[in-house]
Each structure stands twice: as structure tokens, then as C-alpha cells.
Write a protein that binds this ligand. Structure first.
Ligand SMILES: [Zn+2]
Length: 440
């Protein structure tokens, strides 16, 4: 019977190292891998054929930083500064139980599949229930249990000791889980929300387990100023002084970095998650992304949680990254930012040997994007069209590990109506009482 699946006659945006674009080609999938790419009609037969005409076939989008447990927080607050927002939101976070988080994760997974995200990197609480949502929906994910101590006005139900024990247990139970689609990381929330002792204990645990670290880093000017006050050095220098940068790490935000910080972080094991929409909404600033890209550092894109971005639509973040930075023309911003959402995002998570490019042998994570509407016609060049005109809603089909999760906008792995109903009911209860923090 030939291949399992062939996508026929699409424009293939490979995002390989040469940014090759192939017109009128077929791509064949066998099991969970890309088995062949060739001119339309030359690859033989398959059990299932998808029509790729008038569509772009693109590597699945990689969302390098989010908090899926916060999907009920979309459109709850207008622009506000990070620390105030955290204080305000903490009240609602503490009102959520594991079932609330499980359905919040399903809602976020549904939103991501709809918008063409095939891999996401999450940091939240109760990651064991989030892992079940990943297993059910069919997505690929890097999951990390947030480890933090009370900061500011927060009070916390759990202790650091219990969080560390949970993180180890979670790693042992789920690393390589869901048929290899789940990678477990360790997540010290940030240099400011963990003591030096806790940071070094997490680094030791990461070393012991061979786990990658996921952290928030240099997100705001206030965070950097506080670091100089407390430790007389920048947050990256502080992490280096504690030995954390010796571990493979993905750091979200990296907005306020000096040139010395960038040089310190420029190492093959370090990945950056650039979150342009979140940084704008929380008035954190604009990350020096063009400088990091110039050094060929691994910079991916992240949505951050729905609370600080409202929607998870990585194509929107591609657009923002394309127009936000002081790019030089030779940096080719549209294709560079598209790579940040695919190949470079994979590299920022340490997954670039598996995903991020449409090349024979890679895992079969890909999306079809329709470009036959007024907003997208004419297509002068697919890279420009994708970066500057496309939205997540233009994605028609989402495939992860060779399996179709969404076809023509229909979800194939779960009951979408139930996810929406649960989200409406549970969020009404959680947000039914006002946060005591009203000064925004
Ligand atoms: Zn975050």
C-alpha cells in the first residue's frame, strides 16, 4: 500500500539550512517520519492522501514558552506591569484544582493545534495532569513543573521541598512519555523567585537526571536592577556564578541583556525564548533579538501564557518579531522570524535533531496553511506571506508525529465541544470572586 500518508501538490517551505522552497511537490510520511519528498505524482501510493493545492506546507510551529494552566486568563486584564500582574493573578491561580488545570491544558492544546503549534514548552504546576492532556491530544511538548518560593505578596500552598520531589517524580514518570513526544525539563521559575540554595539544588538535580532547565530570565528592568542590588551582578552573571549555565537551558524573555550578558549566554546549550507579545503587553521592553540572531544563538518564539498574551498564535508572534526589531535587510527578517517559529525554536529546546525542518528523516510534525484568501493573495514569496499576512486561523491541517490532529479545521483526537463547555463552567467559578489586588 506504499506510504501511510502523502500530502500532494503543496508549496513546501522546508526551513532547512538553505531555506529551500519547493513548488508542486509531494511529501510522504511513514510512521512518525518524513519518508520522501518529490515532484507531484512521483512518490507512488499511500493509505491516505491530503490535497495540498493552494496551501503552504510548513514545519509545525514551536511555542518555546507558555503556561497552559493559565488558558482561562485570556482577556482578563489590559496592559499592566509584570509584578502587579503576578500579584493580581496569583489569587486565581490558587483557586484552581488539578481538574481545573487539566481542562485548562486541554483548552490551550486545542487552541495551539488550531493555530498550527505542534510542539510547546510549558512551565506550570501539576504538570502530571498537563502531560495527560499532551498524551490525549497528540501534541509534542517539553513540560516542566515550576519551582518557586513565595515572592512579593504571594503565599504558596506548597513548599520547595515538595516541588522538588514532584519535579523528580514527574521526570521519572513522564520523560520520553506519550510515545516519546514528551521531554521533561526542570523549571526554577526565575532567579528572583528561587533562593541561591534552591537554584543550586535544581542544577544538581538537572545534572543527575540529564534534564534541561527552563527559566524566566531578565524579563524586566526592575528584575535586573534588583539583581544588581542583591548580588551586584546581572541575572545571567548570577546564574553563571551558581553553575546553572553549565546545564542545557531554555530561558524565556531575555529582554534586558547587556552585550556582556549576551556574550555570556552565547553557548551551544543555551536557548532563548523570545515572547514579543507578552513583553509588549506587560510593558517589559523589547529584547535585543537581532544581536542574538547575529551571533547565531538559538532564538525561538514563545506565546507566554494566555494571561500575558491573550491568544496563543505563534504566527502573530512571527509578525511582531518581524516588525519589532532593528533588522538589517541582509538579516532577511521574514525568513529569520519564520525560522524562529520552527527550526530555531526546536534548537532552543534541544530538539533540532528531531523537528523544525521538512527534511527526509525528520519527525513528521507539519502544518498546512491556506493562502487563497484576500488577506494572503498574491503570494510573491511564501516566507513573506507567512510572516506578514498569515494568522493561526489560516492553518487547515496539523500533523504531529505522523498523526493528523486537525484536518480542515476539525479536531480528531478529542471532543472540542466538551473542552469549551468545561472551560466556560470552570472559569466562571474561578473568576467568580474578585482578586484582593485591585490596584493595577
Ligand atoms: Zn512565562
Amino acid at each position: 500500500m506504499g506510504y501511510d500518508l502523502i500530502i500532494r501538490d503543496a508549496t513546501i517551505v522546508t526551513v532547512d539550512d538553505d531555506y529551500t522552497v519547493l513548488e508542486g511537490q509531494d511529501l510522504a510520511i511513514q510512521g512518525n517520519r518524513i519518508a520522501a519528498i518529490g515532484p507531484t505524482g512521483t512518490l507512488g501510493d499511500a493509505a491516505q492522501i491530503l490535497d495540498g493545492r493552494d496551501q503552504i506546507l510548513l514545519p509545525g510551529l514551536v511555542n518555546t514558552h507558555t503556561h497552559v494552566g493559565m488558558s482561562y486568563f485570556k482577556a482578563t486584564a489590559a496592559a499592566m506591569e509584570l509584578f502587579k500582574w503576578l500579584e493580581w493573578g496569583w489569587f486565581y491561580i490558587e483557586r484552581m484544582d488539578d481538574d481545573d488545570i487539566a481542562w485548562a491544558a486541554m483548552l490551550a492544546c486545542m487552541e495551539m493545534i488550531r493555530a498550527g503549534v505542534t510542539t510547546f514548552s510549558d512551565m506550570y504546576f501539576s504538570e502530571k495532569v498537563i502531560a495527560k492532556a499532551v498524551a490525549q491530544t497528540g501534541l509534542r511538548a517539553c513540560l516542566s513543573e515550576s519551582i518557586m518560593e513565595p515572592a512579593g505578596g504571594m503565599e504558596m500552598k506548597s513548599t520547595v521541598a515538595s516541588q522538588l520531589a514532584y519535579a523528580r517524580d514527574f521526570f521519572e514518570a513522564w520523560h520520553g512519555g506519550a510515545d516519546g513526544r514528551i521531554q521533561v525539563m526542570l523549571a526554577p521559575h526565575s532567579p528572583y523567585a528561587c533562593s541561591a540554595d534552591v537554584l543550586t539544588r535544581i542544577a544538581a538535580l538537572a545534572d543527575d537526571l540529564g534534564a534541561r532547565l527552563h527559566i524566566h530570565l531578565s524579563e524586566t528592568e526592575a528584575e535586573v536592577a534588583e539583581a544588581y542590588e542583591k548580588w551586584s551582578m546581572s541575572p545571567p552573571a548570577y546564574l553563571e556564578s551558581l553553575g546553572l549555565l553549565s546545564q542545557p537551558m531554555t530561558a524565556a524573555h531575555c529582554v534586558h541583556l547587556s552585550d556582556a550578558d549576551i556574550a555570556l549566554l552565547d553557548r551551544p546549550t543555551f536557548g532563548v525564548s523570545h515572547n514579543p507579545a507578552s513583553n509588549l503587553k506587560l510593558q517589559s521592553g523589547i529584547a535585543p533579538v537581532h544581536k542574538m540572531v547575529d551571533r547565531e544563538m538559538a532564538v525561538g518564539l514563545g506565546s507566554d501564557g494566555n494571561g500575558s498574551n491573550d491568544v496563543i498564535d505563534i504566527l502573530k508572534d512571527v509578525y511582531l518579531a518581524t516588525i519589532l526589531h532593528a533588522w538589517q535587510e541582509e538579516q532577511q527578517p521574514t525568513r529569520t522570524c519564520l525560522a524562529m517559529a520552527t527550526r530555531e525554536g526546536a534548537r532552543a529546546l534541544g530538539l533540532d535533531d528531531q523537528i523544525g525542518r521538512l527534511v527526509v528523516g525528520m519527525k513528521a510534525d507539519m502544518i498546512l496553511v491556506s493562502v487563497d484568501k484576500a488577506r494572503t493573495v498574491p503570494v510573491h514569496h511564501p516566507h513573506d506571506t507567512l510572516a506578514l499576512t498569515c494568522h493561526g486561523s489560516d492553518v487547515t491541517t496539523t500533523i504531529v508525529d505522523g498523526k493528523i490532529l486537525m484536518q480542515d479545521g476539525q479536531f480528531l483526537t478529542f471532543d472540542a465541544e466538551e473542552v469549551l463547555a468545561q472551560a466556560r463552567e470552570r472559569s466562571a467559578r474561578i473568576f467568580g470572586a474578585p482578586s484582593p489586588v485591585t490596584e493595577l
